[in-house]
Design a protein around this ligand. Structure first.
Ligand code: MN
Length: 153
């Protein structure tokens, strides 16, 4: 059984596309369209990973990542951000907010699957307290005072 993924995306077309594609890959899926829905869905379905649209209408999707990183029970959950902006500064902002990786729209599904598998593996390894043989994270959490440092960096 593949892991459960939460898709947070306010645009109905993008949301359905992502959900359908994830289900085709064998994942089970839940979705949310706003910050409040996303936080409720995390508590309800305890996803193995979150796909996070950075722009949720007028809301900042990155708040979901920041909230997860402060939640001791859930700070290991991988968050992959999806952004309309491909600039380096945007990627830095996203990673600094606590996301593990980001991909730009339009979504390259092969790349998304690669990142999803990579981060699910890392999360699984971390859960078993044996990270030594796991893949090296592309984004260690070491950014800010608010965010705990989880790797040597
Ligand atoms: Mn959006």
């Amino acid at each position: 059984m593949k892991p459960h993924i939460l898709v947070v995306e306010d645009n109905a077309f993008s949301r359905e596309l992502l959900c359908d594609w994830l289900e085709l890959q064998g994942f089970t899926v839940d979705s949310a369209t706003s910050l409040s829905e996303a936080l409720a869905a995390v508590r309800r379905c305890e996803p193995a990973a979150v796909l996070l649209d950075v722009q949720l209408g007028g809301e900042d999707g990155l708040s979901v990542a920041a909230w997860l990183r402060l939640d001791k029970a859930r700070q290991h959950i991988p968050v992959i951000a999806v952004t309309a902006h491909a600039m380096i500064s945007e990627q830095e902002r996203i990673l600094k907010a606590g996301c593990n990786a980001c991909i730009s729209k339009p979504v390259d599904f092969r790349l998304l699957l690669e990142k999803l598998n990579r981060w699910l593996t890392v999360a699984g390894v971390m859960n078993h307290n044996a990270r030594t043989e796991g893949p090296i994270p592309e984004q260690p959490f070491c950014g800010t005072k608010e965010m705990p440092c989880r790797t040597k960096c």
